[in-house]
Design a protein around this ligand. Sequence first.
Ligand code: MN
Length: 212
Amino acid sequence: MVESGAAKVVAHAVAPLPYAYNALEPFIDEQTMHVHRDKHHEAYCANLNAALEKHPELKTKTVEELLSNLQTVPEDIRAAVRNNGGGYLHHSLFWTFMWPKGGGAPRGRIAEVIESLGGFDAFKTKFNDAGARHFGSGWVWLVRNLTGKYEIITTANQDSPVSLGVFPVFCNDVWEHAYYLKYQNRRAEYLQAWWNVVNWDEINRRLGTAGK
Ligand code: MN
């Protein structure tokens, strides 16, 4: 945490990983976790903070507030907030959607949601296919839209579901930096392997705190 002088505004910061860098092996390798969190995620965070230096009045807003009202962010930093605020938020979420003793069949509220979408096997196929087919960098998400309906979407680059007004339930990162060291060009294999580390407990916690 960094305090910026008398205003006592706390800069955005990357939290420590909630598990060891090698804890998701063999599905997600240690080197990828180091580069991904320590380089990519930290850079998004630093670039977000740097952009906000130009408009200090925005430092008190959460990144979710900034992303959900991008049109109110001054034009000179809007792209920086969109890209780096998105990258900062999405990775903060993403680390929590994985757990070393994760995986297995969904349980609790998320099991009901997935069942309503056709069952776990069909859901995994649809989620994996959406991620594999997404052209270029981005994310694949399960979101809940404004009418309470759950759906799988993809977003480009670091564009955020939060900016679309939908609630992100969980996601997987399909940027090449998320898998290339271990899986090279085999994105589909990475997507398949990822279910071995999915953190249903955290996803259920989000569904419980989401108010619906
Ligand atoms: Mn990433």
